[in-house]
Design a protein around this ligand. Structure first.
Ligand code: HEC
Ligand code: HEC
Ligand code: HEC
Ligand code: HEC
Ligand code: HEC
Length: 472
């Protein structure tokens, strides 16, 4: 699947007479010590600075006019529920997202503008195809419809899907509003048309599966779903992320099956003022519901352990999610990990893994205070490495993407060996927790977004605990 995709993406780009930066013999991109945000003098020489285009999603000349598309405020009068639900969703956040904006600036500097359309092609297809995303563009100069990100009409005026990744939707501002309703009542405002595409996972795939310019597969929930039990059972992305509700879709329209537009997910907006406190509570509840239903943690311990011996902890992490991996999507940004803490009878910590350093970071390669201080760390996130084989923050500076995500309904069993000193007072208490957060602090700091670090909330997915006697 991914090999075929690479070919089609390359062919599309090459058809436009552009060179892809495939298999470049790059000098090692900067390591973590450059802090990631500043432009490293080695970078411009490292890649060929050839403009990257694609006839559909990253055109050289504008293929549509952004002002021909209607903003979400034009829908409020009749679809007030859809608008208010969408407003606090990540789709509405896609272009104002400070993490997105900061990453884009680093890429702009790295490629000196030659790949400036790449990141924006899905976050705002209308702006990218509309000629607003040009070399060296700035987020402050963009039109309101572009800043609305994945807005109503970027989905509802899709007439066709040209490919199942990298902004594969065909958009038409003159098209009728398309959706799942086969017998829409007249609206007086727009023509309606039913389209089967809206009830398919392919529709989401057009943006949710991402292949880098280099061919590296970055995000692939749809590809994972293709071979999942959920697909076999006929459940698509919408069934979990846009659950059905019965309501009037517009005033004076009949009650019918409608679809919630909060696009339930696991990411919470970090931008102040994007969502009201009430909306934040709803988003937190959505996220907790999705995450806590997605995995179980089980702990097996012996009844007792000999002082001076070793305590063997066997921990099963079982995915209960049958649709895609856990986590999925931007798995190189998300953190999902196992925390295990063992305490003695005096509540002193005698063993820990998956705990945080003073900066709030996991104690792995990226910890500034205790790098590699946690050799037992069990992480389910993915990691990127560059041509020098070193861990890398930025996907476009990477050559490998190692996934440790849990496949649908799979169990990963972890065994930890905890030394028990001969002087220790039992019983020992053991606690294992599976934890998730959207962004690691080191990444926010590297992007100059340190003020956002305290806003990142950890969600516990499941935990298990046990007690073990210590015998002489
Ligand atoms: C093929 C469409 C597509 C392209 C191209 C794309 N994105 Fe995204 N991006 C998405 C989707 C879909 C998600 C949601 C995935 C998730 O939340 O796990 C996302 C999520 C993100 C997030 C996480 C949001 C957050 O703040 O937590 C960031 C950051 C981001 N993208 C940055 C980028 C950058 C930088 C680029 C260019 C290198 C890029 N994206 C290119 C579709 C795309
Ligand atoms: C003046 C009222 C009005 C306005 C304004 C309006 N709509 Fe509608 N829309 C309707 C009615 C009525 C229906 C049919 C509902 C039904 O039959 O249940 C509808 C149906 C739809 C459908 C479903 C089409 C189908 O066949 O599945 C979509 C999608 C849609 N509208 C999107 C939008 C968007 C996006 C906007 C803003 C750009 C918008 N509408 C503005 C009244 C309106
Ligand atoms: C059976 C219900 C179900 C179906 C079907 C489903 N998902 Fe999910 N999805 C979840 C749950 C639960 C989570 C939270 C756990 C996780 O992150 O994997 C989630 C998380 C996500 C995330 C956020 C991941 C992150 O950590 O940023 C994205 C993006 C996503 N799903 C996209 C999709 C797409 C695209 C499809 C269809 C191809 C799909 N989902 C189908 C249940 C589902
Ligand atoms: C990311 C794509 C996307 C965005 C953005 C989006 N929608 Fe939808 N919308 C859908 C899909 C998909 C369905 C049908 C779901 C299904 O059939 O399972 C739908 C259904 C609808 C319907 C038909 C009734 C219903 O609830 O099923 C209306 C009306 C509608 N959307 C209006 C809007 C409005 C107004 C906005 C902006 C505030 C909006 N949508 C934003 C994807 C989107
Ligand atoms: C036009 C492109 C586009 C389409 C089509 C699209 N998405 Fe998204 N989606 C995005 C982007 C971009 C983001 C991330 C925005 C950000 O956080 O910066 C996102 C984020 C999400 C999230 C939040 C993920 C998280 O980490 O919490 C969910 C859930 C989601 N989309 C579900 C869907 C579903 C379901 C569909 C199909 C009905 C769909 N999307 C179609 C572009 C799209």
């Amino acid at each position: 699947m991914s090999a075929a995709r690479r070919t089609s993406f390359a062919a599309a780009s090459l058809a436009m007479g552009t060179a892809l930066v495939l298999g470049c013999e790059c000098t090692p991109p900067p390591g973590p010590t450059d802090g990631g945000s500043g432009r490293d003098s080695r970078v411009p020489d490292a890649w060929e600075l050839v403009p990257v285009h694609d006839p559909l999603s990253m055109p050289e000349e504008a293929t549509l006019t952004p002002s021909d598309f209607q903003r979400s405020e034009r829908c409020t009068m009749c679809h007030a529920d859809h608008v208010s639900e969408w407003q606090s969703s990540m789709h509405a956040y896609a272009m104002v997202d400070p993490v997105f904006q900061a990453l884009v600036s680093v890429r702009q500097a790295d490629f000196m503008g030659t790949q400036d359309q790449f990141c924006v092609q899905c976050h705002s297809a209308i702006g990218t195809r509309g000629g607003e995303i040009t070399a060296g563009f700035s987020f402050t100069g963009l039109s309101p419809i572009t800043l609305e990100g994945v807005t109503c009409v970027s989905c509802h005026q899709v007439t066709e899907l040209a490919r199942d990744h990298n902004s594969g939707h065909v958009l038409d501002a003159t098209a009728s509003m398309r959706g799942p309703i086969t017998d829409p009542v007249a609206s007086g405002r727009h023509e309606s048309a039913s389209s089967e595409l809206f009830g398919t996972s392919e529709f989401c795939a057009g943006c949710h599966d991402i292949v880098e310019v280099s061919g590296l597969s970055l995000e692939r929930p749809y590809e994972e779903w293709l071979s999942s039990p959920a697909r076999a059972a006929g459940r698509n992305c919408q069934s979990c992320h846009m659950p059905e509700i019965t309501r009037e879709v517009a005033p004076s329209a009949p009650e019918r099956t409608s679809h919630e537009h909060r696009f339930r997910g696991v990411d919470l907006p970090l931008l102040d003022g994007f969502a009201t406190p009430e909306q934040m509570d709803v988003l937190r509840a959505d996220r907790a519901a999705l995450l806590t239903s997605s995995a179980d943690v089980r702990l097996q311990v012996p009844d007792s352990v000999r002082a001076g011996g070793t305590l063997d902890l066997v921990i099963d992490v079982e995915s209960l999610l049958d649709a895609h991996s856990l986590p999925t999507g931007s798995t190189f940004i998300r953190q999902l990990w196992l925390e295990v803490v063992v305490r003695d009878a005096h509540d002193r910590v005698v063993y820990e893994t998956g705990t945080l350093d003073g900066n709030g970071d996991l104690r792995d390669h990226w910890s500034a205070l205790d790098p590699y201080g946690d050799p037992d760390l069990v992480s389910f996130s993915s990691s990127l490495t560059n041509a020098a084989g070193q861990p890398e923050l930025f996907p476009w500076r990477s050559t490998e993407h190692f996934r440790r995500t849990l496949e649908p309904l799979h169990t990963r069993t972890v065994t930890l060996f905890v030394p028990v000193p001969s002087s220790m007072d039992g019983p020992l208490s053991v606690r294992a927790r599976l934890r998730f957060r959207s962004h690691p602090p080191f990444l926010l700091r590297a992007l100059g977004l340190t003020e956002l670090v305290p806003r990142v909330e950890i969600q516990d997915i499941d935990e298990a605990s046990a007690s073990v006697e210590v015998v002489p």
